[in-house]
Design a protein around this ligand. Structure first.
Ligand code: NAP
Length: 326
C-alpha cells in the first residue's frame, strides 16, 4: 500500500465500493458558523479531496449538500467522484426510525444517495428532536435497542439504494463480532470509524478489523477538535509532541502531516478536519513523502491509550463501547 499511495488512492471495501484514503472531517463546535463548513468543503473539493465525512449530528448537511451540488454544477466533479459519509444519530437506532432518518439526511443534502451510512454510536437515546434528550435532572435519557435490528434496517437502506455502503462507528471488537455473527447477516460493516491517533493507536482493534476485511477509519487523527463540550481542556496537544516534531523536522514536514501519513502507511483511512484553506492544503500534501520503518516504530511508541472523546453521556449504557480494552 505504501508504495502506491497517491492523492487519488482508495481502498476497496468488502462490498466492492471504493473509499478514498483521505477524507475531510466536517465537525465543528456549535459556535462555528455553518457557512464555514460550506466554504471549507468547496475549497477541499477544489484541492482534490473526494471523501467527505459528515453526520446528521453535525447539523451541517444542508451545507454539505450545497457544497457538493455546487461543485458538480460547476463541472469540478461528478457525483460519482465524491464519497460522502453520513451517520445515523443515537436517537434513531430503533429499526423503524432508520430509513426515515436517512431519508431526512438526503432531503437536507438534496442528494439521491450517500456513499456510506454509519451507525454513529452503538448507544441508543430516547427518540425525538433533541440530539441529547435530557430528563428533569439534566441526565441524558438512554434506551436499549437491539443493534442487530438496527443493522437489518441499514441493510434495507442499502438494498433501497439510499446508501452505497453501510458501516459502524465507535464499535468495540465485541460489538463488531456481534454484527458479524448475526444469523442471516446480509452485508458486513465495511468500516469502523473510531478515534485513532498516535496517543490511541488502536493497534488491537486495527488487527481485528484487518482480519475481518473491515476498514478502520481514523477520526481525531490530528488530536481532535478539542470542543469543550466533548473534550477535557487539559488533554495533551498531540501536534506539539516532541517525537512527532523531530520526525516532522527530519522530513521537512509538519507534525500534522506526519500524524496523517502515519495512518495511511498502516492501512488506515484517515480523516482530517480543517476549515482553514492553508491547513486543508497542508493536510492534502501527504502523498509525496514516506515515513521510514524507524519513524513508524517511534510513532507506535507514543501510544498511551489516551482518548480525547470519552462520550461521557453514554457511560452507564450496556453498550457503552469504551469499557472494553478494544
Ligand atoms: P482532527 O481532524 O483531529 O483535528 C481538527 C483540529 O486540528 C481542528 O481544530 C483544526 O483546526 C486543526 N488542524 C487541522 N489541520 C491542522 C494542521 N495541519 N496543523 C495544525 N492544526 C490543524 O479533528 P476531529 O474533528 O476530532 O476529527 C476529524 C473528523 O472526524 C471530524 O471532523 C468528523 O468528521 C469525524 N469525527 C467523527 C466522530 C465519530 O464519533 N464518528 C467523532 C469525532 C470526529 P482548523 O479548522 O482551524 O484548521
Amino acid at each position: 500500500m505504501v508504495m502506491d499511495l497517491t492523492p487519488s488512492s482508495s481502498v476497496k471495501l468488502s462490498d466492492g465500493h471504493f473509499m478514498p484514503v483521505l477524507g475531510l472531517g466536517t465537525y465543528a463546535p456549535e459556535t462555528v458558523p455553518k457557512s464555514k463548513a460550506l466554504e471549507a468543503t468547496k475549497v477541499a473539493i477544489d484541492i482534490g479531496y473526494r471523501h467527505i465525512d459528515a453526520a446528521y449530528m453535525y447539523q451541517n448537511e444542508e451545507e454539505m449538500g450545497q457544497a457538493i451540488r455546487e461543485k458538480i454544477a460547476g463541472g469540478t466533479v461528478k457525483r460519482k467522484d465524491i464519497f460522502y459519509t453520513s451517520k445515523l444519530w443515537c436517537t434513531f437506532l430503533r429499526p423503524d426510525l432508520v430509513g426515515p432518518a436517512l431519508e431526512r439526511s438526503l432531503k437536507k443534502l438534496q442528494l439521491d444517495y450517500v456513499d456510506l451510512y454509519l451507525i454513529h454510536m452503538p448507544v441508543a437515546l430516547k427518540p425525538g428532536e433533541e440530539l441529547l434528550p435530557m430528563d428533569a435532572s439534566g441526565n441524558v435519557i438512554l434506551e436499549t435497542v437491539d443493534l442487530l435490528g438496527t443493522w437489518e434496517a441499514l441493510e434495507k437502506c442499502k438494498d433501497a439504494g439510499l446508501t452505497k455502503s453501510i458501516g459502524v462507528s465507535n464499535f468495540n471488537h465485541k460489538q463488531l463480532e456481534m454484527i458479524l455473527n448475526k444469523p442471516g447477516l446480509k452485508y458486513k460493516p465495511v468500516c469502523n470509524q473510531v478515534e485513532c491517533h498516535p496517543y490511541l493507536n488502536q493497534s488491537k482493534l486495527l488487527d481485528f478489523c484487518k482480519s475481518k476485511d473491515i476498514v478502520l477509519v481514523a477520526y481525531s487523527a490530528l488530536g481532535s477538535h478539542r470542543d469543550p463540550r466533548w473534550v477535557a481542556q487539559d488533554s495533551p496537544h498531540l501536534l506539539q509532541d516532541p517525537v512527532l516534531a523531530a520526525i516532522a523536522k527530519k522530513h521537512n514536514r509538519t507534525t500534522g502531516q506526519v500524524a496523517l501519513r502515519y495512518q495511511l502507511q498502516r492501512g488506515v483511512v484517515v480523516l482530517a478536519k480543517s476549515f482553514n484553506e492553508k491547513r486543508i492544503k497542508e493536510n492534502f500534501q501527504i502523498f509525496d513523502f514516506k515515513l521510514t520503518p524507524e519513524d513508524m516504530k517511534a510513532i507506535d511508541g507514543m501510544n498511551r491509550n489516551f482518548r480525547y472523546s470519552v462520550m461521557e453521556f453514554a457511560i452507564g449504557h450496556p453498550y457503552y463501547p469504551f469499557s472494553e480494552e478494544y
